[in-house]
Design a protein around this ligand. Structure first.
Ligand SMILES: [Zn+2]
Length: 204
């Protein structure tokens, strides 16, 4: 298995190349046993190297960190997801434009017209606002996270999680694509909803 740090770097650079994060925004982490590896704060994506990835335990105690670096300000938010969801081994957080536009409006991403959202996510719920970098950002996680592979953080951005970094990344990419499609469809006309029985089939 490739070094998990290498995979984290690959993931955030993939996001950067695809325009779903900017140079300094967003973060990603992975869990291996009781260890968590996360991107540092204020390091440009193209400058990330394995030594710069920070290692912590599930309580947030820093186990390995290069001098002068700080863990992502959202470390505690990532840890809360790992504590709540044992199945989650990787998390991607970003402020991609179209998903964040839904989050700013406090809107869930859902549609009875688009197959993909129903197949992949059911819906992406928007959870209430909490100040970034503080426990308030994750105080609603316990009640909101359990049924979904992705959530919107109101007025902030997107959080996706999976069994590995590739899955968490692919969900972030899919969520942005879906949000964009729904926005454009709405601009263009009136999306045609699928019949209830077809929706039920998709959501199974
Ligand atoms: Zn953020």
């Amino acid at each position: 298995m490739a070094d998990i740090r290498t995979e984290i770097i690959k993931t955030v650079n993939q996001e950067y190349e695809n325009g779903i994060v900017t140079m300094y925004e967003g973060n990603a982490s992975a869990r291996v046993g009781d260890r968590v590896y996360i991107t540092p704060s204020h390091v440009a994506k193209p400058d990330l190297t394995e030594e710069l990835i920070i290692e912590t335990d599930l309580e947030g105690n820093i186990l390995k960190k290069m001098d002068g670096l700080k863990a992502s300000s959202e470390l505690m938010m990532h840890l809360e997801v790992y504590r709540l969801r044992d199945d989650v081994k990787a998390i991607v957080h970003n402020h991609s434009v179209f998903t964040t536009a839904f989050a700013i409006n406090g809107m869930d991403i859902e549609s009875d017209a688009l197959t993909e959202i129903n197949l992949t996510f059911k819906k992406i719920p928007c959870i209430p606002y909490g100040t970034p970098g503080t426990p308030r950002i994750y105080e609603k996680f316990a009640e909101c996270l359990k049924d979904y592979p992705a959530v919107l953080l109101a007025n902030h951005g997107l959080l996706t999680f999976g069994e590995n970094l590739r899955e968490a990344y692919s969900l972030a990419e899919a969520a942005e694509n879906i949000a964009k499609t729904l926005y454009v469809a709405k601009m263009l006309g009136k999306p045609a909803d699928l019949p209830a029985e077809e929706l039920e089939l998709l959501r199974k």
